[in-house]
Design a protein around this ligand. Structure first.
Ligand SMILES: Cc1ncc(COP(=O)(O)O)c(C=O)c1O
Length: 419
């Protein structure tokens, strides 16, 4: 199927046909999925791969019969697909796990074997708690000193010196997000990683909200670990961590004794979700069709170019529409020239209306959005919104349409008129 025109413009109707759930209605009302930052819908490639795995190769790994051999092939293929997704140098750098949170709790414990009391770690005030709490717990266990990299709650970005101000010669790790699940800001990961590494610190990047919108190139970033979750980028519930090979090789892995020391398996505890890996492979295959190039990694990079241009046009429409409402404050970058510095996740507050009331009103129109802090406790606190119900979050994906954005604006207008 042709998903992009020869001039590489996205054919959104052809895209939507690949997602069975997008055609489902509730009592005749179409569903508008703007809950994407909390989890995207899946195309048939993901469903087909999952069903095929559970039907034809449902066995544990390491045996001699056909299903175990088939499962092994699938697990290898899923690792290779994610190596291409991250543009990793080696498939040994890809670690599968339950989700980003679980992988980070696990990896923080493994990395913690390298740290000692009095060492310092830097955390980000813009992050989801999954990249905050695991490090706070580690700091508590080991007696580490925690320093905070502070963003500016008026610009929704980090000042240029945000990291250099808190780095010291005792900093062992810097953890921050690639893109915020609240403000939508894309952070200057490469610049921060360079500063952190120059100070001798490890760099741990939460790419969960960046991964559904732009290409990740771990060979270019300069980070040590990058994590995302396939269910945010059109796949199943499955976490995927990339780690620099040398770092993973020298890092202690918490594991059972019969499990080997070889990479990446020393960090892949227990029996993994083979069906989750199958679906993740399907998601990569889905994404790859939008791009051009000789290799899958090249096609993926090119695909994100097509998808992000389309998403930015929708984001601009949404931001312009929301900006017309009196008393509405968008809690993120709004400039049309800066759309590449954000993902299409637009959070806002509206005077006189609690975010959860708005979310309920949208749900009545079958428009799916999230409200509250969405686990982004630190940024919502910095913005002074923790006690007033957080934000209303509209999260777009490339399968959304301009008509859906207009439906949301229309629904909001009706809600305001109703008082
Ligand atoms: C930025 C960010 N990081 C981490 C997570 C946690 O991801 P997971 O559910 O895979 O643990 C989320 C989930 O919403 C997120 O938005």
């Amino acid at each position: 199927m042709q998903l992009s025109h020869p001039d590489r413009e996205l054919d959104v109707e052809a895209v939507r046909e690949q997602f069975p759930s997008l055609a489902i209605t509730d009592d005749g009302a179409a569903r508008v999925y703007f809950d994407n930052p909390a989890g995207t819908q899946v195309p048939h490639q993901v469903i087909d791969r999952t069903v095929e795995c559970l039907t034809s190769r449902n066995a544990n790994l390491g045996g001699y019969f056909s299903t175990t051999l088939g499962a092994g092939k699938l697990v290898d293929a899923a690792h290779r697909a994610c190596a291409d997704f991250y543009n990793a140098a080696s498939v040994e750098e890809i670690v599968f796990g339950q989700n980003m949170t679980t992988l980070t709790l696990h990896m923080s414990r493994c990395l913690g074997r390298r740290f000692k009391a009095g060492d310092e770690i830097v955390l980000s005030s813009m992050d989801h708690d999954a990249n905050v709490a695991p490090w706070l717990l580690l700091a508590e266990d080991l007696g580490l000193v925690v320093r905070w990299m502070e963003f500016d709650p008026r610009t929704y970005e980090f000042p240029e010196d945000a990291l250099s101000e808190v780095l010291t010669d005792r900093t062992r790790l810097v953890a921050f997000g690639y893109a915020s699940n609240c403000t939508g800001t894309v952070n200057p990961v490469k610049a921060f990683a360079a500063q952190a590494r120059a100070a001798g610190a490890l760099v741990y990047v939460d790419a969960v909200q960046f991964a559904p919108h732009y290409a990740i190139d771990v060979q270019d970033l300069g980070a040590d670990i990058v994590v995302s979750s396939a269910y945010k980028w059109f796949g199943p519930h499955q976490g995927i961590l990339w780690g620099r090979r040398e770092l993973l090789a020298e890092t202690f892995g918490y594991k059972v004794r019969p499990a080997g020391e070889e990479l990446p398996h020393k960090f892949e505890t227990g029996t993994l979700s083979h069906e989750g890996m199958a679906g993740t492979l399907g998601a990569v295959e889905y994404l790859e069709q939008f791009g051009q190039g000789a290799t899958r990694a090249e096609r993926l990079r090119s695909a994100w170019g097509v998808l992000s241009v389309y998403e930015q046009s929708l984001t601009q429409r949404l931001i312009e529409g929301l900006s017309a409402f009196d008393g509405l404050t968008i809690r993120g970058i709004t400039s049309a020239n800066a759309l590449h510095r954000r993902v299409p996740t637009v959070s806002f507050t509206l005077e006189g209306h609690r975010p959860d009331d708005l979310a309920r009103a949208f749900a009545a129109d079958n428009i799916f959005v999230w409200s509250g802090h969405n686990y982004a406790i630190e940024p919502v606190r910095r913005m002074g919104l923790l006690d007033s119900g957080g934000v209303l979050r509209v999260g777009l994906a490339h399968y959304n349409t301009a008509a859906e954005v207009d439906a949301l604006l229309d629904s909001l207008m009706r809600r305001i008129k109703a008082g």
